[in-house]
Design a protein around this ligand. Structure first.
Ligand SMILES: C[S@@+](CC[C@H](N)C(=O)[O-])C[C@H]1O[C@@H](n2cnc3c(N)ncnc32)[C@H](O)[C@@H]1O
Length: 250
């Protein structure tokens, strides 16, 4: 069960096998954020709609949307083959309703859809690439379509010393609970965090600290009609955005 990083490629290639088990432990808001994303999908359970997930990784968000909405069809995409092979296994039972694609969201074509989602992936995208990416998402969405963006981002003034200490205390408490319940060992949590630090230092896990204010402004400029923060837990935030409704003629 211990995490043994042996691959010398990019970060997500190396951690793919343990991602689903360790991500909810290493990122305390992750599970709640995914639950919120699916609850925020603006469709009724039996509605028919098309969706796209960008940076799907092992496709946990896509799997949840397909399970909740049995008439939805989707496309999920990621650039990391190791993550995608786990996504394909996970989505096998839904294979008639989903296409899994290996592609870079920064320059890929986004299929037409009524809903776009992205979880914990946009912070890997260079801010210079965001205007075009958001414009392509807005362009792919139908009128009145919805974009649900879940990711870490800053908001307002940077947290002070006490708030930062409370944040790391909260994280440690979360780790202790996971160890006590046998979900992970302390050694593998420490090994994974150490591995992430090394991959970052080697430039193999590039992350950008986007500010929610910049993301909201960029989404507004990209053609979204409404963009709002609807949920936040420490830096993990969900932005909900809609494209303008169709203009009625006559
Ligand atoms: C932290 S994982 C999140 C995976 C999944 N969305 C989830 O919620 O579990 C981030 C994913 O984004 C992918 N990613 C990062 N930049 C990308 C890009 N430019 N194009 C496609 N995928 C990208 C990574 O390969 C990785 O699988």
């Amino acid at each position: 069960m211990d995490f043994q990083p042996t691959v010398s490629g990019e970060y997500f290639a190396a951690v793919a096998e343990s991602y689903d088990r360790l991500q909810p432990i290493l990122s305390p808001p992750y599970s709640k954020g995914l639950e919120m994303m699916v609850d925020l999908v603006p469709f009724d359970p039996n509605d028919t709609f098309k969706f796209v997930e960008l940076g799907c990784g092992t496709a946990e968000p896509t799997a949840r949307v397909l399970e909740r909405f049995p008439n939805a069809t989707g496309t999920c995409m990621d650039r990391e083959p190791e993550m995608l092979s786990l996504a394909r296994k996970k989505l096998e039972m839904h294979s008639r309703r989903v296409v899994v694609g290996e592609t870079d969201m920064v320059n890929c074509e986004i299929p037409g859809c009524d809903l776009a989602i992205s979880a914990k992936a946009i912070h890997h995208v260079n801010p210079d690439d965001l205007p075009a990416l958001f414009a392509r998402i807005a362009g792919a969405l139908s009128p009145g379509g919805c974009f649900i963006l879940f990711d870490a981002m800053s908001m307002g003034p940077a947290p002070g010393v006490k708030v930062s200490m409370q944040s790391s205390r909260f994280r440690q408490l979360h780790f202790q609970r996971a160890v006590a319940s046998g979900e992970a060992t302390r050694a593998e949590i420490d090994a994974r965090m150490d591995f992430k630090r090394k991959m970052k230092a080697a430039g193999k896990d590039v992350e950008y600290g986007h500010a929610s204010e910049d993301l909201i402004r960029t989404m507004d400029q990209a053609g979204f009609d409404e963009v709002s923060v609807v949920w936040r837990m420490f830096s993990d935030t969900i932005l909900l955005a809609f494209t303008p409704d169709a203009v009625r003629s006559g």
